[in-house]
Design a binder for this molecule. Structure first.
Ligand code: HEM
Length: 152
């Protein structure tokens, strides 16, 4: 179960990043070239938020199942001295939830805007902030906080 979850969570990361990148580029183009906000743009907005929410659910289940997180909460004093436990016990979940809340607000605001340019601009700004936070909070193999492989 734990292995399947880490595989799923690790793989979903690429879908989260890919969809966010496409949405940001599409919003940037739409705003700068003054394009119409088409149903395709709306689908990208919608699916980017949905994929992030799926990752949030996978993350929450993984958080409950992870032996690393269990150890952290059973021995908070001792575990906090090791960066990896602190990272997965607190930092990763906190930053990712903040990023997904920002993404969700941006998606909802963009949906409610009347003008096409305002929709693109809102999507671009909020999604870009979410992407930056997500990139910082991923345990990349080169991250100084905690490292995990690119693929499971
Ligand atoms: C966009 C959101 C997120 C992304 C891109 C992301 C990405 C990742 C990646 C790449 C890993 C390493 C997986 C591996 O072991 O190969 C990981 C680990 C983990 N993530 Fe996330 N994550 C996100 C959100 C969350 C959230 C919201 C939670 C908790 C509610 C969470 C909990 C965890 C836990 C507990 C681990 C480590 C489990 C372990 O090693 O025992 N993640 N995450």
């Amino acid at each position: 179960m734990y292995q399947i979850l880490t595989f799923l969570h690790s793989t979903l990361r690429w879908l989260v990043l890919g969809s966010l990148l496409i949405a940001i580029i599409q919003a940037y183009r739409g705003y700068n070239l003054k394009l119409k906000f088409k149903p395709f743009d709306n689908a990208i907005r919608h699916w980017t938020a949905t994929i992030a929410h799926l990752q949030l659910m996978a993350g929450i289940i993984l958080y409950v199942k992870s032996p690393l997180v269990k150890y952290f909460w059973n021995n908070p004093g001792e575990a906090s001295k090791k960066l990896e436990f602190l990272f997965f016990g607190v930092l990763h979940i906190l930053l990712m939830i903040i990023a997904i809340v920002i993404l969700t607000i941006g998606s909802a605001l963009a949906k409610r805007k009347e003008e096409d340019q305002a929709k693109f601009k809102t999507m671009f700004t909020w999604f870009l902030i979410a992407l930056i936070i997500i990139l910082l909070a991923i345990p990349w193999p080169f991250s100084p906080l905690a490292h995990r492989p690119y693929f499971r």
